[in-house]
Design a protein around this ligand. Structure first.
Ligand SMILES: Cc1cc2nc3c(=O)[nH]c(=O)nc-3n(C[C@H](O)[C@H](O)[C@H](O)COP(=O)(O)O)c2cc1C
Length: 269
């Protein structure tokens, strides 16, 4: 099959699919949309999803796999409150999240946007308390190396290390019962951005299934830096990198209020 299959009886020749294509590889021919560079298709499925009459199929994003949009757009007040209610959760019940809850959390995360629809994130779930402790320890060791080398994060890491080493507070992994690592192929230079988007989805979805999350910034920075002891603990395959880390668990406490932020800084020019 060619990339596109057009039901010419249904096609309105409206050209919306052509307008939507992120790669600009479609043009409107006599019988509807045509593709002049099949290999440029990023399989995003937009051309199929936007067609008002379901006249278009795409080999890489089949019409048969697309569910109709049925939900109305949320009321802005609902969406605003939902987004503002999200919190970073750093205190967890001492029980790790179930396979089922983690699958639901990460299943929605894969619908987050990725550069060029590259997708390709692999998630590694770690729930072994001893291993999580060893990971925090490895990150502390990495920070000590960074401090000794006088890197730009030196002062910040010294503060973290004071809490972790001297006061015995787990500022690195927060005693999380579960860490999720996002891995991407080394060649995927947008892996870190993709993982950030995927965490945004996961963090917003988590409370709807009783989970809480926090981005494990220290751990993921150590992973992104390619610190070998951490890669070994996580078991990162040779051709992959760590591109993000998320703490996940069932929240121990419930937030009663929503903190304020800096005021909106905006200029219209
Ligand atoms: C890139 C990034 C890294 C973060 N790393 C950590 C971290 O290592 N530990 C932590 O407790 N929180 C971490 N956070 C969470 C922030 O501290 C948190 O989002 C911020 O304080 C605002 O609080 P809120 O998420 O509850 O609104 C991180 C957030 C981001 C976006």
């Amino acid at each position: 099959m060619d990339l596109l299959k057009v039901d010419t009886d249904k096609c309105l020749r409206c050209g919306i699919c052509v307008d939507c294509c992120p790669s600009c590889i479609l043009n409107l021919g006599e019988n509807g949309p045509e593709c002049h560079f099949d290999r440029g298709c990023m399989s995003c499925g937009q051309c199929v999803a936007i067609c008002p009459v379901g006249a278009l199929d795409n080999k890489y994003a089949p019409l048969a796999e697309q569910r109709p949009v049925t939900m109305p757009v949320l009321k802005p007040e609902t969406a605003y409150e939902f987004l503002r209610m999200r919190r970073s959760v750093r205190n967890f019940k001492p029980v790790p999240p179930t396979d089922e809850d983690l699958m639901r959390l990460l299943d929605v995360a894969r619908y987050a946007p990725t550069a060029g629809n590259s997708q390709g994130l692999y998630y590694v779930v770690i729930r072994d308390a001893e291993k999580i402790k060893a990971i925090a320890e490895a990150v502390a060791n990495w920070m000590e190396d960074e401090v000794a080398a006088g890197t730009e994060n030196k002062r910040y890491f010294m503060t973290v290390l004071r809490a972790y080493r001297e006061r015995g507070q787990d500022i690195i992994a927060r005693h999380a019962p579960c860490l999720v690592f996002a891995l991407a192929r080394r060649l995927n230079i947008t892996g870190v951005s993709n993982a950030e988007q995927s965490w945004a989805y996961a963090e917003l979805f988590a409370p709807t299934i009783g989970l809480g999350t926090t981005i494990a910034g220290f751990i993921q920075s150590c992973g992104i830096a390619g610190y070998r002891p951490l890669l070994d603990l996580v078991g990162v395959p040779a051709k992959q990198n760590i591109v993000g880390t998320l703490m996940v668990g069932y929240p121990k406490y419930k937030y009663k209020r929503m903190p304020e932020r800096q005021h909106l800084k905006i200029e219209f020019r």
